[in-house]
Design a protein around this ligand. Structure first.
Ligand code: MLC
Ligand code: AMP
Length: 507
């Protein structure tokens, strides 16, 4: 067979022959491989009929559902570039993404459609509705569409997705992800983690990020397995379904919440073969407690939106707590001096730089930002700091980028500070991440009032609402007469993090 669209041909086409379940749904229904494939062909057909052409951008801010999952694969079949958006984003945030990406079509949840309609119109995007129960104007278009018989021809270097990541300047950047980026990672992960057609992945992650959309789903597609497809993390549902699953992928909060539940026992997970954690640091204590309780060593891996997955602890061999394992096959990693870019000797802590088929194509229409982070020799400057041990295991020791990761969601302090600084009575702000038992880190804002002003933390929180997605909003506000600065005048965030380290103790 001549390959015409590698992502379709390698990941999607095998589903067409599968009468067995690809998705197990919480209400007991299943969707067969062939049924899911048909849905993708209908989506591709509908996109054609709505006038989208290969390379056009198609955005969706919808709740998790089988139809929502199929959007990416239907788009790939039509050659359309998919742009998934967190339902938590405010209309103002969505407007930026639609405008920046030049989206031709935007799908919204019906409940939010009235607020989003003017935003989409203002950006020149056509808006349609797709609800979590599979209804809405887009669902009607699907039902009426002539399914695509064959995929649009695409090459491995063509774009499959635009994933927006916030930036240190507060402006989000669209990471351009090619078919090759996804395909190389899918086959490597399926092989390294020993995925087979007998695997049943318990899927409770959101599907608008690399982790839930690509790492989880593409690995299962590459190996012919199936997924128990849950709408969100709900520990009761996980406990119910774990005995029927073989693998779970989650952010560290999944594991701390499971550990908080006495129903997590060896017997409950007797059928499981693999627990994977990533997107945020897994505490060594969590790794150890989980092993003691269940007999399973969580396999920790390291990835990024821009690079897909980079390293993984081994399937066979020691899974070391506090490390993210050696580089995956095909991924090169070097540790460099963050100031000079020169390679450092083994064991030294420095900037983690990455190169391989997994590494993205650059930021959408931001050549300067691309040039600043993607070197001419193909290495991507991750912003993460780390070192290799003598056995080649990578340890992430910190981040040079000013980034907070709460429950696996990234929050760039600058974006929050810009909103807070603009509030009346606020002279300046510093937003930091401080330890939080459930989310790993939580957002704390330190505010300096203008002279003579008494700031009300409750009013500050209320004012941030509507401008920032809820997960980016500060969980607490502290007022200080001024911010600690170094001799260069730069705010010393490390000092603030130290001072407020216990702010969420017991949360
Ligand atoms: C929800 N809330 C959060 C939050 N998630 N706040 C901070 N950080 C988060 N991650 C807020 C909600 O707005 C709400 O606020 C309150 O917390 C409870 O919401 P919820 O919906 O009940 O939360 P819950 O379902 O419990 O979600 C928590 C979570 C979820 C950790 C399970 O956030 C999650 O699934 N995270 C996974 C993120 C992920 O997939 N990351 C991968 C990125 S890709 P209020 O005030 O309204 O009650 C990547 C690359 C790689 O990083 O390596 O994988
Ligand atoms: P994102 O931009 O959402 O893709 O987040 C990527 C960032 O998450 C990385 O740059 C790391 O800082 C962090 N990350 C991902 N996996 C891990 C991990 N296993 N341990 C520590 N940090 C991680």
């Amino acid at each position: 067979m001549t390959e015409t669209n590698p992502l379709h041909d390698r990941l999607l086409a095998p589903l067409e022959q599968r009468a067995d379940p690809f998705l197990h749904l919480p209400d007991g229904r299943t969707i067969s491989g062939a049924g899911f494939y048909r849905l993708c062909t209908q989506i591709a057909g509908a996109l054609d009929e709505l006038g989208l052409r290969p390379g056009d951008r198609f955005a969706a801010q919808v709740e998790k559902s089988p139809e929502a999952l199929a959007l990416f694969y239907g788009a790939a079949m039509a050659g359309v570039v998919f742009l998934p958006l967190n339902p938590a984003y405010t209309p103002q945030e969505v407007g930026y993404f639609l405008e920046n990406a030049g989206a031709a079509l935007f799908l919204a949840d019906g409940r939010k459609a009235p607020a989003l309609d003017p935003v989409a119109t203002g950006c020149g995007a056509r808006m349609m509705v797709l609800n979590a129960d599979g209804t809405g104007s887009f669902a009607q278009a699907l039902a009426a569409a002539t399914p695509r018989q064959a995929p649009s021809p695409r090459a491995e270097d063509d774009l499959a997705a635009l994933l927006y990541t916030s930036g240190t300047t507060g402006r989000s950047k669209g990471a351009m992800i090619s078919q090759r980026n996804l395909l190389s990672n899918a086959s490597v992960l399926a092989q390294e983690w020993r995925f087979a057609d007998t695997d049943v992945l318990l899927h409770a992650l959101p599907i608008f990020h690399t982790h839930g959309l690509f790492v989880a789903t593409n690995t299962v597609l590459a190996s012919g397995g199936s997924m128990i497809f849950l709408p969100r993390l709900d520990v009761d549902a996980l406990i119910d379904w774990l005995p029927r699953a073989t693998c779970l992928m989650g952010v560290p909060t999944f594991y701390t919440r499971l550990l908080d539940d006495p129903r997590l026992t060896r017997d409950l997970v007797a059928h499981m073969r693999l627990f994977v954690s990533g997107s945020a640091p897994l505490l060594a204590d969590t790794h150890r407690d989980f092993a003691t309780r269940t007999g399973h060593q969580i396999l920790e891996r390291y990835g990024m939106t821009e690079t897909n997955m980079n390293t993984s602890n081994p399937y066979d061999g020691a899974r070391r707590a506090g490390t993210v394992g050696p580089p995956l096959p095909g991924v090169e990693i070097r540790i460099t001096d963050p100031d000079t870019g020169k390679a450092l000797p083994q064991g030294a802590i420095g900037m983690i730089e990455l190169r391989g088929d997994n590494v993205f194509q650059g930021y959408w229409q931001m050549p300067e930002k691309t040039a600043a982070e993607l070197r001419a020799d193909g290495f991507f400057i991750s912003g993460d700091l780390g070192c290799f041990d003598a056995d080649g295991y990578l340890q992430i020791v910190g981040r040079q980028k000013d980034l907070i990761i709460a429950g696996g969601y990234n929050i760039y302090p600058k974006e929050v500070e810009m909103v807070l600084d603009a509030l009346p009575g606020v002279a300046e702000s510093a937003v930091i991440g401080v330890p939080h038992a459930d989310l790993g880190e939580a957002v704390l804002a330190v505010l300096v009032p203008e002279p003579g002003v008494v700031l009300d933390p409750g009013a500050i929180m209320a004012a941030a609402d509507g401008q920032l997605a809820r997960f980016k909003q500060p969980r607490a506000v502290e007022i200080m007469p001024d911010l600690p600065r170094n001799t260069m005048g730069k705010v010393q965030k490390a000092a603030l993090r130290e001072r407020f380290a216990g702010r969420f103790a017991g949360a």
